[in-house]
Design a protein around this ligand. Structure first.
Ligand SMILES: O=C(O)c1ccccc1N[C@@H]1O[C@H](COP(=O)(O)O)[C@@H](O)[C@H]1O
Length: 213
């Protein structure tokens, strides 16, 4: 079994990017969603994204975005991947066709029935990101440290490449990998000391734990 790879999401400072790079992240994420404490503006992200070496993929995180937002983000951060939350499969397919970028569709999971939506996403996106469903009243559809019951993925026939996210951290990533067999994992609040405040120590600990070292 190859070693799992990991995305560190919600980066907004040079120090956090450098820690993700040093720790061996395969992907780094920038959030383009103003209600998020991790939201980055175009000028801000332009000033830091150049620190990411070419072998690490840059992911833009969006919530049902407009074309203008996507185009501005791609231009500012040289994004390789678009991660789309609360976006319909038709819209995801249109974004993918228009931008010619690798596209991930986030699937909010709380019950087994939620997984029924995976097949529609598989035709539209390059990868399905299983994320925990946040409460209806929550300000954000992700990035809240909420995890779902990983047993829901037991025996599930994944219709596309996939990744696991939602409430992961250095303490639970080993169990998450053993339970689900994920080959790509994604973390944001689990490597923070407060919402939007990344910890270099926690980033490095997460990446070590994900690599099993
Ligand atoms: O991180 C955010 O602020 C965010 C905002 C809007 C949509 C998604 C967001 N983050 C993504 O949520 C998951 C899980 O995060 P966590 O580890 O539970 O905090 C992850 O994919 C982030 O990319």
């Amino acid at each position: 079994m190859p070693r799992p790879t990991a995305k560190i999401c919600g980066l907004s400072t040079p120090a956090a990017i450098d820690a993700a790079v040093r720790g061996g992240a395969s992907h780094v994420g920038f959030v383009f969603f103003p209600p998020s404490p991790r939201n980055v503006g175009f000028e801000q992200v332009r000033s830091i994204a150049g620190r990411v070496p070419a072998h690490i993929r840059r992911v833009g995180v969006f919530v049902d975005p407009s074309d203008d937002l996507i185009d501005g983000a791609i231009a500012s951060a040289a994004l390789d991947v678009l991660q789309l939350h609360k976006t319909t499969p038709d819209r995801i397919a249109a974004i993918r066709a228009r931008t010619r970028r690798e596209t991930w569709g986030a699937l909010a999971v709380k019950t087994r029935a939620d997984l029924d939506k995976a097949s529609a996403l598989a035709g539209a996106a390059d990868r399905i990101l299983y994320d925990a469903k946040t409460p209806d009243s929550a300000a954000l559809p992700g990035g809240m440290g909420v995890r779902f019951d990983w047993a829901l993925l037991d025996g599930f026939r994944h219709p596309a490449p996939w990744a696991l996210s939602g409430g992961l951290d250095a303490a639970n990533i080993g169990e998450a990998l053993t339970r689900t067999g994920a080959q790509l994992v994604d973390v944001s609040s689990g490597v923070e000391t407060a919402p939007g405040v990344k910890s270099e120590t926690r980033i490095l600990a997460f990446l070590r734990a994900a690599a099993g070292t």
